[in-house]
Design a protein around this ligand. Sequence first.
Ligand code: WT7
Length: 630
Amino acid sequence: MHSIASLQDYHDQYKKSIDQPEAFWSEIANEFTWRKKWDKVLAWDFNNADVKWFINGKLNITENCLDRHLATRANQTAIIWEPNNPAHEAKHITYKQLFEEVNRTANMLKANGVKKGDRVCIYLPMIPELAYVILACARIGAVHSVVFAGFSAKSVSDRVNDAGCKIVITSDGSYRGDKTINLKGIIDTALESCPDVSRVIVKEYIGKGAAIKEGRDVLWDDEIQKASAQCDAEEMDAEDMLFILYTSGSTGRPKGMVHTCGGYMVYTNYTFRTTFQYQEGQVYWCTADIGWITGHSYILYGPLSAGATTVMFEGVPSWPDWGRFWQAIERHKVNIFYTAPTAIRSLQQAPPEFVKRHDLSSLKVLGSVGEPINEEAWHWYDENIGKGKCPIIDTWWQTETGGFMIAPIANVTKLKPALATLPLPGVQPAVMNESGLEIQGNNIEGRLAIKFPWPSMARTIYGDHQRFKDTYFSTFPGKYFTGDGCKRDDEGYYRITGRVDDIIIVSGHNLGTAEIESAIDEHTAVCETAVVGFPHDIKGQGIYAFVICYDKPREEEKLRSEIKEKVSKIIGPIAKPDKIQFVSGLPKTRSGKIMRRILRKVAEGDTSNLGDTTTLLDPNVVDEIKAGAL
Ligand code: WT7
């Protein structure tokens, strides 16, 4: 099996992936089970946003995630399900059991009218049925469209209608810490504006007695009993749709990113195994929700196709206490732990006892994803969780890329705190300047584009190929534009500086908000920061910082000047914030992303129209921020 054993090996393989991409990827693709091999590895045209991998190859991804493991690992645990409440027992689902559950669920879908090519909306909490039904769709060639079960009714109906789903799979509710959420109620509201949905399958999870709409709704537990545990996998073309997953766009209307079967399978498997250096028998835990691409690629498809044991966590990091993650690592002897900087920063605030009381000695590799990790969080993670012995794999990628793009390879790549380091084999980054030219050499800064296709890239936006072209292939014609800014240092290492829409130009100087935030976070009183630009008469743009402190600041003015001093020292006087507003929270989406659009409006002094705030975790913080605006 393809692996990377040393830095030299990485460089050799990287070179091969650039010089002979088709040979490189076909060797890796040959490690999988195909019904029929491809005629041609790759056809692409970035000017028209057309990309095809493994042309005319036939396969079913579930045969690679399930069937092919049965001979060797039928009784190995595929999924460890860790429930919301740690007093309840975890569930160990073997590959054989998973295979049977997926087959049964696939037959249940068929019996409810689902056919190859149909889109199926899935709105479920992090329970095993979520994994079953996703894989069941893949087994019968239906296209899953998972909507994170924290999204509002409006978000659900928009997505159901955009994808043309006729069926929705949901549950009566979900647990989140000590709260329960009525998911079925949200679906009922959503479906008032989805006339084409004719079937809802409801898993009764938190109790019996979900409101049932006669003729439309059926119960999972009734339906599954009628289904057999044998369902032949549908033969899929490598370029058939595997799933749609929505990601937010700059215009507000979400984009249904389309991923296809062959390339996505090959790439998620390869990147999972190589970057984390996954070893046979290890326990791997990605804390994301399966409602995001991270969960699709690196809880389910990547790990399962690699025959790994993957943890699926229903709970939250803060309940019943701040030790929840560390307790679960100890309980399941987790070897590879993959989480987000936002989680790390909130856990960092908790008293150290919550970490210290747990045995974390099973850990070998740590991961980070979702936003640039600031140096302070990186060091805390390294020292307190990794005990200085576990490489931190900072994975830069996107919903659109399907899999990791720039990331260190565990115990191979030399690390630098807060840098995503080097491109993975097959990934050809280009750093672009404002005039659309590629900047050559090192020690440079610009916009990050990718100039050659990789197997798991999104193929289109569902129903709107023109938008796909406009959004990703028009800024730099002939290249995929990521929307991120980056620096390439003297050793060719990449530091992602944040979305370029978050770049602030101050007196002609290009400053990444993430960079300023990281500097402010270095102040010991500061817990978390969000920085945006605002119009400034002299500088063009000024810097406005929203700062959360561990304790409510007693002398605000003194702290402000200390923070400015800190930034001045770390980045330079140019990056000193003009305004610092102390806040108790930031407007975050349920996935933990700061909604900067709102902060920008506040910073501009225009709070009359803040746009849609319904997807915020806590819409109340907006009122506090508005009231305290400077
Ligand atoms: C955007 C993509 C990829 C799964 C989760 C987010 C930012 C993501 C990193 C990282 C710096 C990162 C980028 C990217 N981002 N990971 N390791 N370092 N920035 O997926 O919601 O599609 O967001 O998240 O800005 O463009 P997404």
